[in-house]
Ligand binder design. Structure first.
Ligand code: HEM
Length: 428
C-alpha cells in the first residue's frame, strides 16, 4: 500500500543520512506521503489519539516513579506525598489515573469502530490480532497499576483477581503463590507489580509499532469497506489531510480529558482507595475499575469459579478468532442492515454487562448477567457466522471515490460532485 518511496532528500546531511539510516525516509513515507482513503470519518482519528495517550501515560508514569516508594508500609504515604508535596505531583497523578480511563475510552471506541466497519476482516487479521494483544497488555498494566497506591481497593482487588487463578486444577495454588511471592498479597506482590507495571507499557509500545507496520502493509479500511482501487482517485496524502483532522480530534479529546482532570478528578476512582490497605477489613463491595466491569460480570455470571474464569478469558479469546467467524464478504455494517441491528444489540449488551459488573452478584443481577453473557457470545458464535450466509447486503459503491464524489461521467474519469483536492495524490 505504501508502495515505492517518494522521498527525495534535499540537504547534504539528509542525503548522507539517507544512505546510512533512512529514518527520515521511513517517516516521510509513513506519515507524509502515505495515501489514506479520502472518505475516513472521525472514528479513524482514535488510533492517533491512542498513540498520544500511550506517550502521556509513559511520561507521567516515569515522573511518578521518581517519587513513589514500592513498599507495603510506604506506598500509600508516598502517593499522598506526591499529591501534596511534589511540585505538580497532583497533576501528574491525576493525569496518569484519569489518563488510564481515557485510554480505555479511546480503545473501546477504536475496537467498536473496527467491529462496525469490519476492519478485522482479511487482509487485516494480523493487524486486528496485534490489537487484541495490545488490549490484553493494557488490561494487565491497568490492573497492576491500580494496586500500587496500596489503598483498600488496591489490596482487595488484587486479592480477588489473583485468587481466580486458584480455580485451575492441580497448578492453581502454585500459580497464586507464584503471583503473590508468598502466601498472601503483601510486599513481594507490590514490588513485582510495580516492576511489571513499569515494564509493560514499553512492551505495548513495541506491539503498537508492529500494529502500525501491519496497518501500512494492508492500508486502511474505510467506512465503505471497499478497498482502494485507484490510488489517485480514492486516496489523499496523509499530510496535511489526516494530520490536521487527527490534530483537531486530539484537541477535542484532550478537552474532554481536561474536564475530568480539573473538575472531577476522582469521579472515575473509588473512595475506598483513599483508605490505606488493611488485610483485616474487607470492603463492603469490591468493584474493579469501570473498564473491567463487562468482563467482571461475565466472570460472576457462572456459579462455578473455574467456569467463570474460563468464560472471562473466552470473552477475549473470541476476538482473536473473529476474522474467521464472520462469514460475510461485505465488510462495512453500513451495507449490512441485519448485521447492523445485531451490532447495536451487541453494543447495548456490553453496556448492560458493564452495569451488571458494578452490581452485587445476587438475585436478578446474576440472572441478567447470564442472559447478557449468552448474548455476548451469541453475537460472535451465532449471529456473525450465520448472517454472512443468509443476509442480502445493500449494493456497494463501485469505488471509494464514487461513494464520496458521486458517479464518474461515462468513461471520462472526471469526478463530479464535491471538489477534488487541488493536487491529486499520485504517490504510493
Ligand atoms: C495502544 C493501543 C493502540 C494504538 C496506539 C493503536 C494505533 C492504531 C493506529 C494509529 C491506527 C491507524 C489509525 C486508525 O485507524 O485509527 C490503528 C488502526 C487499527 N487498529 Fe489500533 N491501536 C491500538 C489498539 C488497538 C486494539 C485494542 C485493536 C483491536 C482489538 C486495534 C485494532 C485496529 C484495527 C483493526 C485498525 C485498522 C483500522 C482500519 O483501517 O479500519 N487497535 N491503530
Amino acid at each position: 500500500m505504501s508502495g515505492p518511496s517518494s522521498y527525495v532528500p534535499k540537504l547534504g546531511i539528509a542525503k548522507w543520512l539517507d544512505a546510512r539510516l533512512p529514518l527520515p525516509r521511513l517517516m516521510y513515507d509513513s506519515f507524509v506521503a502515505y495515501p489514506v482513503p479520502r472518505n475516513l470519518n472521525y472514528f479513524w482519528t482514535f488510533g492517533g489519539i491512542l498513540m498520544l495517550m500511550l506517550v502521556s501515560q509513559i511520561l507521567t508514569g516515569v515522573i511518578l516513579a521518581m517519587h513513589y516508594t514500592p513498599h507495603a508500609t510506604l506506598a500509600f504515604t508516598s502517593v499522598e506525598g506526591i499529591m501534596r508535596d511534589v511540585e505538580y505531583g497532583w497533576l501528574m497523578r491525576y493525569m496518569h489515573a484519569n489518563g488510564a480511563s481515557m485510554f480505555f475510552i479511546a480503545v473501546y471506541i477504536h475496537i467498536f469502530r473496527g467491529l462496525y466497519y469490519g476492519s478485522y476482516k482479511a487482509p487485516r487479521e494480523v493487524l486486528w490480532i496485534l490489537g487484541v494483544i495490545i488490549f490484553l497488555l493494557m488490561m494487565a498494566t491497568a490492573f497492576m497499576g491500580y494496586v500500587l497506591p496500596w489503598g483498600q481497593m488496591s489490596f482487595w482487588g488484587a486479592t480477588v483477581i489473583t485468587n481466580l487463578f486458584s480455580a485451575f486444577p492441580i497448578v492453581g495454588e502454585t500459580i497464586v503463590t507464584f503471583l503473590w511471592g508468598g502466601y498472601s498479597v503483601d510486599n513481594p506482590t507490590l514490588t513485582r507489580f510495580f516492576s511489571l507495571h513499569f515494564l509493560l507499557p514499553f512492551m505495548i509500545f513495541g506491539v503498537v509499532i508492529l500494529h502500525v507496520w501491519a496497518l501500512h502493509v494492508t492500508g486502511q479500511n474505510n467506512p465503505t469497506g471497499v478497498e482502494v482501487k485507484a490510488v489517485a482517485k480514492d486516496t489523499i496524502p496523509f499530510t496535511p489531510y489526516a494530520t490536521i483532522k487527527d490534530a483537531f480530534a486530539l484537541v477535542l479529546f484532550f478537552a474532554f480529558f481536561a474536564y475530568f482532570l480539573f473538575f472531577i478528578p476522582n469521579y472515575l476512582g473509588h473512595a475506598d482507595n483513599y483508605i490505606p490497605a488493611n488485610p483485616a477489613v474487607t470492603p463492603a463491595h469490591i468493584v474493579p475499575e469501570w473498564y473491567f466491569l463487562p468482563f467482571y460480570a461475565i466472570l460472576r455470571a457462572v456459579p462455578d469459579k473455574l467456569g467463570g474464569v474460563l468464560l472471562m478469558f473466552a470473552a477475549i479469546a473470541v476476538l482473536v478468532v473473529l476474522p474467521w467467524l464472520d462469514t460475510s464478504k461485505v465488510r462495512s455494517m453500513s451495507y449490512r442492515p441485519l448485521a447492523r441491528q445485531c451490532f447495536w444489540a451487541f453494543a447495548v449488551t456490553c453496556v448492560m454487562l458493564g452495569w451488571l459488573g458494578s452490581r452485587p452478584a445476587e438475585g436478578i443481577y446474576v440472572t441478567l448477567s447470564q442472559l447478557f453473557t449468552a448474548l455476548y457470545f451469541a453475537y460472535f458464535l451465532i449471529a456473525l457466522p450465520l448472517l454472512g450466509l443468509f443476509e442480502t447486503p445493500k449494493k456497494l459503491p463501485g469505488s471509494i471515490a464514487e461513494s464520496v464524489l458521486g458517479k464518474m461521467k461515462g468513461g471520462s474519469g472526471a469526478v463530479v460532485g464535491a471538489a477534488a483536492p487541488a493536487e491529486p495524490n499520485t504517490k504510493g
